[in-house]
Design a protein around this ligand. Structure first.
Ligand code: NAD
Length: 496
């Protein structure tokens, strides 16, 4: 069992109150993975102060030098990938290949952002006046609060930490209180890579206790939040009123459309991975399958048969395909939605219960669950469940399928399986989501492109790499005009 501390101004310290929280293995609730500080407001104040004090020096550290630290962090995370991946699985529950994938995403982001240290480019453009030049440069925003969920214990923190740091911001990072140990291990490796004192501060605790206080703290200039829509929207309103930069990545209710000409084997395999991978606990999980009526019954038969083969269990066991859900309240929420689906008249075709037999009795296990005969406006087809529950909806044609896909409050990821290029072109054009996959499930984003959604899935700037990605979240543009004519020149007015 790990005993974890906060990191404030380069020192590992307990919370001011001395209170702690336990992090539990969701596959075996008798196993305490770590004990972490239950921080309160005075701890937040200290962390923010440390980040503020470190900002000036870090801002003036050349970005390629910042990049060298990130590069070393990438190397160290790679070296410790196996250990970190196992920790992710023990603390969060996802199966080990996914735990390792979570860490790989952090490695990819560290290398990618290390490289950005030698780019961070702006524009130079000609001036309309002689002896004058014009350019735009990216500058850091200041001190960022980074608030992350539990479902990607190292990847999502890395998506925020590395772009924030390469851009020259200092940060106070508050990971989910359900996955604090993996987050701390990631931070330890960044410290080992040489991040200066105060540049990266880590503070543990319950979101309700310190999250809002941190985000709205007068010493914080920007907030990058990933988590539920309810919390994100609340923080966005609060921060908007305080003139703070804020970006929120939030929930999803992502569709896979399966057209009548789709390769059914491929679509079934994708739908199983999209729907039940990570036990359905991905913001991009494929929780709705919109299936053309002509192949609906055949698809269903194949999908149910594949879902029956998914073994529930501890993610560290090599034959486990679906791990536990994260905690008791999530378990109650998912089971509650299964009851709602039944009451609404959806047909429970597979699963629907918690499982406690044999090796499952000490964890939060719910069997893969499939609802059929689902109507698009049912709550199980509209609301994020965040568990191993998939709803299947019939569609008449491509436009019906796209209307159903778009007819929800979310817009994060989406997918279509079809061979007809016209179907896929229409889907590309008309699906109202931040991400569209063709002949691939709704999960599997790569770090070199922006990531984020529309409607209730995302507010503000997007995450990750590429044009329009996280560098826009963590920098602001400054435009510089330099006049070396030695006289007053007037733009728009001078004739020669
Ligand atoms: P959550 O909103 O409960 O918590 C997210 C983070 O916010 C945690 O660190 C938590 O401690 C903190 N928090 C909780 N209440 C707070 C408050 N009042 N003020 C400030 N901070 C607070 O979400 P979760 O249960 O950890 O994660 C699951 C959710 O995250 C799902 O809705 C999922 O779709 C979403 N998610 C979205 C993305 C994305 O990129 N769009 C990625 C992963 C997860």
């Amino acid at each position: 069992m790990a005993v974890i501390k906060n990191l404030i101004n380069g020192k590992w310290v307990e919370s001011a109150s001395g209170k702690t929280l336990n992090s539990i293995n969701p596959a075996n609730i008798d196993e305490v993975v770590g004990v972490v500080p239950a921080s309160s407001r005075p701890d937040v104040d200290k962390a923010v102060e440390a980040a503020r004090n470190a900002f000036e020096k870090w801002r003036l550290t050349p970005a390629p030098k910042r990049g060298e630290i990130l590069f070393r962090a990438a190397e160290l995370i790679s070296k410790n990938k196996e250990e970190l991946g196992r920790l992710v699985t023990r603390e969060m529950g996802k199966v080990l290949p996914e735990g390792l994938g979570d860490v790989q995403e952090a490695i990819d982001m560290a290398y990618y952002m290390a490289g950005e240290g030698r780019r961070l480019s702006g524009e130079t453009v000609p001036s309309e006046l002689p002896f004058k030049d014009c350019k735009s440069v990216r500058v850091p925003i200041g001190v960022f609060a980074l608030i992350t969920p539990w479902n990607f214990p190292t990847a999502i923190p890395a998506w925020k930490l590395f772009p924030a740091l390469i851009s020259g911001n200092t940060v106070v990072f508050k990971p989910s209180s359900y996955t604090p140990v993996a987050a701390t291990r990631l931070v330890e490796l960044i410290v080992e890579a040489g991040i200066p004192e105060g540049v990266l501060n880590l503070i543990h605790g319950a979101g309700e206790e310190i999250g809002e206080y941190l985000a709205t703290h007068p010493g914080i200039d920007g907030v990058s939040f990933t988590g539920s829509t309810a919390v994100g929207e609340k923080l966005a309103k609060l921060c908007g009123g305080l003139d703070k930069e804020i970006s929120c990545e939030m929930g999803g209710k992502n569709p896979i459309i399966v057209m009548e000409d789709a390769k059914l084997d491929l679509a079934v395999e994708g739908a199983i991975w999209g729907g039940f991978g990570t036990t359905g606990q991905r913001c991009t999980a494929a929780s709705r399958l919109i299936v053309h009526e002509k192949i609906h019954d055949k698809f269903l038969e194949m999908f149910i048969s594949a879902a029956k083969g998914l073994k529930l269990g501890d993610g560290l066991k090599s034959d486990t395909k679906v791990g536990p859900v994260i905690n008791e309240s999530q378990m109650k929420k998912v089971l509650g939605y299964i009851e709602i689906g039944k009451k609404e008249g959806a047909k429970l075709t597979l699963g629907g219960s918690a499982r406690t037999e044999g090796g499952l009795k000490k964890g939060y296990f719910i069997e893969p669950t499939i609802f059929t005969e689902v109507k698009p406006k049912m709550r199980v087809a509209q609301e994020e469940i965040f568990g191993p529950v998939v709803s299947i909806i019939k569609a008449r044609d491509i436009s019906d399928a796209i209307n159903i896909a778009n007819g929800i409050p979310y817009g994060l990821s989406s997918s279509i399986y079809a061979q007809d290029v016209n179907y896929t072109a229409i889907a590309e054009r008309d699906l109202d989501a931040g991400i569209v996959y063709i002949n691939a499930p709704t999960i599997g984003a790569e770090i070199q492109l922006p990531f984020g959604g529309t409607k209730k899935s995302g507010l503000g700037r997007k995450e990750a790499g590429g044009r329009g990605g996280a560098l826009d979240m963590f920098t602001k543009w400054k435009v510089i005009y330099r006049d070396y004519s030695g006289r007053l020149q007037k733009a728009q007015i001078d004739k020669e």
